[in-house]
Design a protein around this ligand. Structure first.
Ligand SMILES: C[S@@+](CC[C@H](N)C(=O)[O-])C[C@H]1O[C@@H](n2cnc3c(N)ncnc32)[C@H](O)[C@@H]1O
Length: 331
């Protein structure tokens, strides 16, 4: 879940002070903001005159916010409407990259834009595309077979009633195209006797959003691209919001910061160097006052690593999450 939704109904960058205190020792170079949004992180980094920002966002609707920063900071700011899996496409010229940052999920502006259909309170055709997508939630709900729908709801949403919901969807779509209200109604009908703290539709909507935006392969490829792009000594920092994202980010930093082949029988020279140095083994969490001010920030976790060598091979990383990628490719 994303943490830029708040009581004051405006955008707040999450864990901003914590992120800045991590990256500020490296100030005096270029930082890549992979999830520009409303530019909260970018603007804070640009306040220091020695810094440059290269920003990316898959949603072209952020262009207004990008244009404002462009006007204010001129050559120190450059925006690309790209996905972070396409990081390798950006031109770096003479930029000395000091840090690459990710603030995953969607923004308050996106959820309040009913055309995007990210919220179960929206009306009309199912969508959920954040930008640069191959298909929408409507195509999934209209065409995906029952078993695969159930698998998506179970794995990406941890939805206990995945099979029943999938069955009802397949029955209903014989009569009509299922829109957002229909989907919410189907889920409510299946769960009618359940009392839970979260909205009945939260899990199914999260699962569909992950699938439509291919969030798992985006994250895996984005992290690997970041490693390939950043020189030694640079920082990769990621704020995640749900448990699948955090599992991926945690494995990426933890697994590749441990010394491998460390059998005591191997000569010293064959012990592979670590890819990252971790300063904090545990994630950094929002303070109580941030959670009070902006309740959805409670699920945010910030992890980061400092690159220590150039020879990392990420086959194990891809292998570890192959099952999730296979589900993303079910369609
Ligand atoms: C939580 S918001 C970022 C908020 C931002 N840190 C700020 O301070 O305004 C996440 C943004 O990331 C973008 N995004 C999500 N997945 C992306 C991807 N794979 N590639 C590029 N942008 C992505 C979304 O479109 C959204 O604008």
């Amino acid at each position: 879940m994303n943490a830029t939704i708040n009581l004051e109904k405006k955008h707040f960058p999450v864990l901003l002070n914590e992120l800045i205190s991590i990256i500020s020792p490296l100030y005096g170079g270029t930082f890549i903001d992979c999830t520009f949004g409303q530019g909260g992180y970018s603007e804070k980094i640009l306040e220091n005159k020695k810094n440059h920002i290269i920003a990316l966002d898959r949603d072209k609707d952020v262009q207004n916010s990008a244009s404002k920063l462009q006007k204010k900071y001129d050559k120190r700011f450059k925006f690309y409407n790209l996905k972070f899996s396409q990081l390798d496409k950006i031109k770096l010229k003479n930029h000395k990259i000091k840090g690459i940052i990710f603030d995953l999920g969607y923004s308050f502006n996106q959820i309040k834009n009913s055309k995007k259909g990210l919220s179960f309170s929206d009306k009309g055709k199912l969508n959920m595309r954040m930008g640069i997508n191959d298909f929408s939630a409507n195509e999934i709900i209209s065409n995906m077979d029952e078993n695969n729908l159930a698998k998506v709801f179970k794995v990406f949403g941890d939805e206990k009633y995945s099979k029943k919901i999938a069955k009802k969807i397949v029955e209903k779509r014989k009569d009509k195209i299922i829109n957002t209200e229909d989907l919410v109604q189907i889920i409510d009908n299946v769960k009618k006797y359940q009392k839970t703290k979260i909205h009945n539709s939260t899990k199914v909507f999260q699962a569909l959003r992950i699938l439509v935006n291919k969030e798992i392969s985006e994250l895996i490829n984005g992290l690997i691209n970041s490693y390939n792009l950043i020189p030694r000594g640079g920082i990769i920092a990621v704020v995640s919001f749900h448990s699948i994202e955090d599992r991926i980010v945690k494995f990426f930093f933890k697994h590749y910061s441990e010394q491998r082949n460390s059998s005591r029988y191997l000569p010293e020279a064959e012990i592979s160097e670590r890819c990252f140095k971790l300063i904090n083994k545990k994630p950094i969490l929002p303070s109580l006052s941030e959670i009070k001010h902006n309740p959805p920030s409670r699920s945010a976790k910030l992890r980061y690593g400092i690159k220590t060598n150039d020879k990392c091979d990420f086959n194990e990383f891809r292998e570890k999450f192959k099952n999730l990628i296979n589900i993303e490719n079910l369609r």
